[in-house]
Write a protein of this length. Structure first.
Length: 157
């Protein structure tokens, strides 16, 4: 027998990666199709209905709360010191709402008043009255533009 002496031929070892791109693409498509897309939810609120007729509310038909710069409030024209707001505001409004529970409360703020004072009064208005069980249904906070329109109609500006 003859023994062949010579160099052994080395076989190149190679992993074929041509189809790896196809496989990864198919996996991406599979996970995109099977995953659940969750939409981020914002605040839920109900938009008003399309109604061109805005109801006219007379001043007698509403409760006017005006927050002044020092923290005091004007409640339907009478001044209440800041220290007495929590004691006098809700009983007065409860008395007004006994006549008409749908009466709106209009919370206005002087531009020089602090934001904290307005929020303090707003929080008091949102709490239900324990004695009579009356809850304020409508608290309206007019925008600056609405206030300017009101002042121009009244001839203040």
């Amino acid at each position: 027998m003859a023994i062949l002496k010579g160099k052994k031929r080395e076989i190149e070892s190679e992993i074929f990666t041509g189809s790896m791109a196809d496989i990864s693409f198919l996996l991406i498509i599979y996970f995109m199709v099977t995953s659940v897309f969750s939409a981020t939810r914002g605040l839920d609120f109900a938009l008003p209905e399309d109604n061109n007729e805005t109801p006219e509310i007379k001043q007698e038909d509403s409760v006017d709360v005006f927050v002044m710069p020092g923290g005091d409030i004007m409640l339907d024209g009478s001044q209440i010191p800041f220290a007495q707001i929590s004691d006098r505001l809700l009983p007065y409004i409860a008395e007004k709402l006994e006549q008409n529970p749908k009466k709106p409360v209009i919370l206005r703020t002087d531009p020089e008043a602090t934001y904290g004072n307005m929020i303090y009064v707003f929080d008091i208005l949102r709490t239900p009255v324990e004695d009579g069980g009356i809850k304020i249904e409508t608290i309206s906070i007019p925008t600056q533009r609405e206030m300017q329109n009101l002042w121009s109609m009244l001839g203040v500006v």
